[in-house]
Write a protein that binds this ligand. Structure first.
Ligand code: 4AD
Ligand code: MG
Length: 434
């Protein structure tokens, strides 16, 4: 086949031209004289039609109609506008070639259980909905990089094997590390970003993180990706401003660049178009008041679960910051509020529409002695944290940062129910296959 190989995504640029498409047979039907094939090539889905006549004999068309779904194929034809075809374009076929015939494909065009689909995730990725979600994930990640790079942040990669806990010792994945004893899969790159912030000023990482979470909720994975910016000389309020700018930038970028994917997912766009800065800010104490008024038995000192977060988010039409949590329910490294040391200078950002906490952030303790005391109070091994304490000895400064959960952000923007569909190969307490 001699025509240029193009992507389905670029069909609008090739109207009237003869092109080659390489992909897989996603669906088909035939009327005897015309075969309607749905082909996908990774960039999109398109209809291709072959007709008895100039290019195909009746028996060739019959063979075409028999090709099993998911077979790899190469097609050639002219791109035509057709408003009835999915995507608005179709390929009028002149050549049809099978690269490899597929065996009977387990995923049919009918309702399957989620369990079955997850067991076949390696194949399910080809279906339209997972394809749309993961294309959105791609654009979310590109948007995060773009915003941070354009705003002076340097990407610094954190280690994944670590000598100590960052987010509490109860959710650590532990392994034997040669003669050096125990090592742990990283729960967060934050501590390393703090070191990097004193070298590069404004930094971030985007890396896998691990939590041996016993929670079987729609918001928890045992392996997830986190974006973690950290900035020297930022206080907790600078930190919140950065978060709202970043989130609204990425939502705007998705609305611009993923219209087709959002349509495939039947995402209601109205709530997304409201995601503009500034985001509302309430204190932890105000959050408790809201919950009490809504009939929850919330007391000062309680942490919020999914139901509480949803109830609070219902009061707002954009993401809401909750700041100044009690120190006792937050991590050891958070800076106490100088006006009330029972509280810390932190924020959680709660997404609208019941998607819960998408960001956790704070100003960090920058005083050596205070940090040392906190490590001791939390029974954390000082030896493993010596390097982290060091940062407070050599030109310490107030600094802040946050962690944004990629899968929670993608699930929210895509409007899907469970975050396991926001990552290509989810890891949960009861799932490690495929
Ligand atoms: O609130 P977390 O635990 O904060 C930290 O780890 C900080 N060290 C981050 C920092 O300041 N650099 O986690 C941050 C975000 C959460 O808001 C949530 O979006 C996501 O990470 N997250 C999870 N996502 C999926 N599954 C889990 N088990 C998650 N745990 C946290
Ligand atoms: Mg958190």
């Amino acid at each position: 086949m001699k025509a240029p190989w193009v992507s389905i995504e670029s069909f609008p640029l090739h109207l009237g031209e003869e092109v080659v498409v390489k992909g897989w047979l996603a669906n088909k039907r035939s009327s005897g004289k015309v075969a309607f094939l749905i082909v996908r090539d990774g960039t999109g889905f398109a209809q291709a039609t072959g007709a008895v006549g100039e290019f195909f004999t009746r028996s060739e068309l019959k063979e075409m109609a028999k090709v099993p779904l998911q077979s790899s194929i190469i097609l050639q034809g002219v791109v035509r506008k057709d408003d009835r075809a999915p995507g608005g374009y179709e390929l009028a076929l002149s050549h049809f070639q099978v690269v490899a015939e597929a065996e009977d494909y387990p995923i049919q065009n009918k309702e399957h259980s989620v369990e079955f689909l997850l067991e076949n995730r390696h194949l399910w990725l080809r279906s339209q909905k997972p394809h749309a979600v993961l294309r959105i994930r791609n654009q979310v990640i590109m948007g995060l990089h773009q915003f941070l790079q354009e705003n002076g942040f340097t990407l610094i990669d954190p280690p994944i094997l670590t000598p100590a806990a960052c987010e509490g010792t109860t959710t650590l994945f532990e392994l034997d590390y040669f003669d050096l004893g125990k090592a742990y899969l990283s729960q967060s790159g934050q501590l390393y970003m703090e070191a990097a912030a004193s070298a590069f000023g404004k930094v971030y990482c985007l890396a896998p993180t691990f939590r041996a979470e016993k929670s079987k909720t729609r918001r928890h994975l045992t392996e997830f990706w986190m974006l973690e910016p950290e900035a020297a000389f930022f206080d907790w309020q600078d930190n919140m401003e950065l978060q709202e700018q970043l989130v609204s930038f990425v939502v705007g970028r998705i609305l611009d660049s993923c219209q087709e994917e959002l349509a495939t997912l039947e995402r209601d766009l109205t709530p997304l178009t409201k995601i503009k800065t500034p985001f509302p800010r309430i204190s932890y104490e105000q959050a408790i008041e809201i919950l009490k008024a809504k009939g929850f038995s919330a007391e000062w000192g309680d942490d919020f679960g999914g139901d509480e977060e949803t109830a609070i988010s219902e009061e707002f039409d954009r993401p809401v910051f909750i700041h100044h949590y009690p120190a006792q329910i937050k991590a050891f490294y958070m800076q106490p509020d100088p006006d009330d040391t029972r509280l810390v200078l932190n924020d959680d950002l709660i997404a609208p529409e019941g998607y819960g906490e998408i960001i956790g952030g704070s100003q960090r303790i920058h005083d050596y002695q205070l940090l040392k005391n906190k490590l001791e109070e939390n029974n954390l091994p000082l030896e493993a944290f010596q390097w982290y304490l060091d940062l407070r000895k050599f030109g310490t400064c107030p600094h802040s940062g946050f962690g944004l959960g990629i899968e929670r952000m993608v699930a929210w923007i895509s409007g899907i129910h469970h975050i396991r569909e926001a990552i290509p190969f989810p890891r949960q307490i009861y799932r490690i296959y495929p």
